[in-house]
Write a protein that binds this ligand. Sequence first.
Ligand code: UDP
Length: 502
Amino acid sequence: MTNQASTNGLSSRKPHFILVPLIAQGHMIPMVDLARLLAEQGARVSLITTPVNAARIKAIVDRVKESGLPIHFVELQFPCAEAGLPDGCENVDLLPSNDYFRTIFDAIPRLREPLARYLRAQRPRPTCMIADMCNPWTADVARELGMPRLIFHGPSCFFILGVHLMEQHGIYDRITDDFEPVLLPELPQPVEVTKAQLPGFFWSKGWEKLRSEALEAESTADGVVMNTFDDMEHSYIELYKKVAGKEVWTIGPLCLYNKDLDNKAARGNKPVIDHHRVLCWLDSRKPKSVLYASFGSLLRMRPWELIEVGYGLEASNQPFIWVIKDVERTSEVDKWLSEGFEERVSTRGLVIKGWAPQVVILSHPAIGGFMTHCGWNSVMEAVSAGVPMITWPCFSDQFVNEKLVVDVLGVGVAIGVKVPFYYINEDSPSAAKRNDIGKAVSRLMDEGEEGEERRKRARKLAEKAVSAMEGGGSSLENIACLIQYALKHGHDDSDQEEEHSA
Ligand code: UDP
């Protein structure tokens, strides 16, 4: 690839980006892709991480070293003991229970001083910071060092825009009932949501400080970087630019950075199953016949929900791959799996217990559908692979992502859940049951006209996603613009750089 930064006449310098992801898989994975993309396009990158997180992506770190990409993985010690976290809990998906959620968010800003110390010592000075929206403590650091700071938004633009519209039109304050439907104002088409479905950033009681800090850090940022692409969210991106008054660079789908198999398999964590074994299993299936069921890295399904998913998959009579996280494997779940279920489905079902090589799986031609919680990375990965979805949103941005997938893009079938998982128990009428799963699977995998049309739309969308990330595509162009922005607005230490590299 060409070095975009050096061909624009602005400078022969390489800008040095500091990337500060939130330590959660759905935020780190796209930032690691972004780091490699920026480096390949001519920038130097320092990715801020911690020892446990760096060890989890060792395969990627090694590949970066081998390829000579100018990326430095900066390991800051994470203060587990001082913060009251069990040793090694350096990522949200490693917490022993959701009770530690608040503790880890209180611990993260303790990285402020170590980060500032590291950056102060850098010569030449770094050019530009890209920090996750959930890391508002980075604003002070960038200010002190006088470098431009851009926000990285993990969710869809549709969701971020929705939050801003709800805020600016006073809907969060005006509506007291979490389940009252409201029409989102200003959108090109009618979209109805409830406050429970579009809760805003850090909306829970007791999180007000982080919420206002995050909003403040967004409003004072010099721009916004989003993992989406123009052809898919064009009208929302344009409206967001207006509403937020910010320059926006859409640089996705970032998962498409990973072209070869080993890169795809190394994302996020070491898979519990060798990806060649999964591919072998998929090779023996008919094209578009397998359903992939996985619910991201954060959601912890309760035993009764998992068992219901299992019965639904069994009743669907469809080949499937089902991912169950380690933290979800209670003795009840393990007992249920081993006492009959795994044997009954053994000829057509593969249960992965632990981290799965998701992008490898989704890219295989035997995959015909993805049952997903609608985490934004999962949606982008399905879109990129042209795989239609069964949408089962659970919390945060996921209900709004579902609306985009099902109502706007027409590439999904909704399972029918209308309220976040914390409002639902086993006896709630709103819980998804095995029959709902069975019905959604047959609708999605249906070989009739409706299913065919949906597959066609998914294929077309994937073509658009791929072209956004190819030479001349909107996202790759935006990466080049980002590099130029950093060169124009960041420090100009070119004298020092010449000395440094001499
Ligand atoms: N993922 C994976 N293997 C797993 C579980 C998750 O590779 O077994 C990846 C998935 O491909 C995605 C990320 O983890 O990139 C999850 O992010 P998402 O936004 O979908 O959901 P979250 O975990 O934030 O709820």
